[in-house]
Write a protein that binds this ligand. Structure first.
Ligand code: GTP
Ligand code: MG
Length: 369
């Protein structure tokens, strides 16, 4: 089993990735920054830096009953997409453009709110859900917790620049997670744009785009001028079709926390993504170390919802704390049980925090690699 990557381990210990790489090297192990390490290597390297490693296994987890799905219960669901790329290559501009392509937004009439993700319904009636928390951080924070919500990654590269370190990192993240990539070559409106140079640089990384006979879809766009955005979204839908994404909407909801915060007037606000089942007002919810009841729920247009199905992002009120990005949430039948599990988790969390500061916890859950 392999656990965290070199860079994740480095950040847990608050040292530079290069220090971890050289520690590995002195053991005769040659690793790259995004490489995952096995338990033994982690233990030895951590020891070098004065850390003791504890591997938290599934045993500390409680049995949370999640209904199994039969084939006939599964219905198609919208894909969940993350945009990643180097600084200034156009992530925000692209996400804004896509948001404006939503045909439902206009008629909803509400004010657009940031809830960490949004869905767009295209003219053909198909829906795509985008995570709009800063791509990298969301992806790494969630991945570090074993959460995998992204179905497809759009890697955006500015055509007037190069494939940059963060581009490479984004590619490495997507590859490590086994998430298919679509390349968006941005800023093609610029006179200095050279999309072929980007394709060439990708090919040097063994990534051959379709135009060059490879398997990766690629689309030239201008996020600023709104050029070829529809074509890019078509490619996302095509990729989604190949993935044959399905979920059972007719059961208790399960999903992932995207972000949460404490609002002075409203209490804890939790933004999350339903992955399967249907979330309803009044549901008893367990999210990370917290629990509660869904008191109110709204979408990215500020519209109040009574329920939310698979791949729908929502913002809810009613959880008694702020769970972390990547925490799973479950709907449970028994409120006492939900609270007792939350309390147990909180205790465990405190004990671990108290026991020692020089102590890393590597959560094995969800890291079946
Ligand atoms: P960070 O969040 O800082 O990493 O940047 P980002 O990737 O979100 O890029 P952002 O969308 O903020 O764009 C960076 C700059 O590039 C802005 O000045 C944009 O106006 C500009 N830009 C983005 N897309 C295009 C494009 O298609 N053409 C041109 N000419 N400029 C663009
Ligand atoms: Mg941005």
């Amino acid at each position: 089993t392999e656990f965290v990557t070199v860079s994740e381990l480095a950040s847990m210990m608050d040292v530079q990735p290069t220090q971890v790489i050289s520690a590995c090297m002195s053991l005769g192990i040659f690793v790259s920054i995004n490489q995952r390490l096995d338990a033994e290597t982690i233990a030895i390297v951590a020891d070098e830096f004065g850390f003791e490693v504890e591997f938290v296994s599934a045993e500390v987890q409680e049995a949370i009953p999640v209904q199994e799905d039969k084939d006939e219960d599964l219905l198609p669901r919208a894909p969940i997409v993350t945009v990643m790329g180097h600084v200034d290559h156009g992530k925000t501009s692209l996400l804004d453009r896509i948001r404006n392509a939503d045909v439902i937004a206009g008629e909803a009439g509400g004010i657009t709110q940031h809830i960490g993700a949004y869905s767009v319904t295209l003219e053909n009636g198909k829906r795509i859900t985008f995570l709009d928390t800063p791509g990298h951080e969301a992806f790494t924070a969630m991945r570090a917790r074993g959460a995998q919500v992204t179905d497809i990654a759009i890697i955006i590269v500015a055509a007037d620049d190069d494939v940059m370190p963060q581009t490479k990192e984004a590619i490495a993240h997507a590859q490590a997670a086994g998430v298919p990539m679509i390349f968006a070559i941005n800023k093609v409106d610029k006179p200095t744009a050279n999309p072929d140079k980007i394709r060439e640089q990708l090919s040097q990384m063994n990534i051959l785009v379709e135009e060059w006979g490879g398997k990766y879809q690629c689309q030239e766009i201008s996020a600023k001028q709104g050029l070829y955005i529809d074509e890019l979204l078509e490619k996302v839908l095509l990729e989604a079709e190949l993935l044959d994404l399905k979920a059972n909407p007719n059961k208790n909801a399960v999903g992932t926390v995207i972000e949460s915060s404490l609002d002075k007037g409203r209490g804890y606000v939790t933004n999350m993504l339903v992955e399967a089942g249907t979330l309803k007002i009044g549901d008893i919810i367990l999210a990370g170390r917290y629990a509660g009841r869904v008191r109110a729920m709204h979408n990215e247009h500020g519209k109040n919802l009574k329920e939310a199905g698979p791949a729908v992002p929502v913002s809810i009120l009613g959880i008694n704390g702020a769970p972390s990005a990547g925490d799973k949430f479950y709907i449970m039948d028994d409120e006492r049980e939900a609270r007792s599990i939350a309390t147990k988790r909180e205790q465990l969390y405190r004990e671990q925090g108290l026991r020692t500061q020089k102590h890393i916890t590597l959560d094995e859950i969800g890291r079946r690699l």
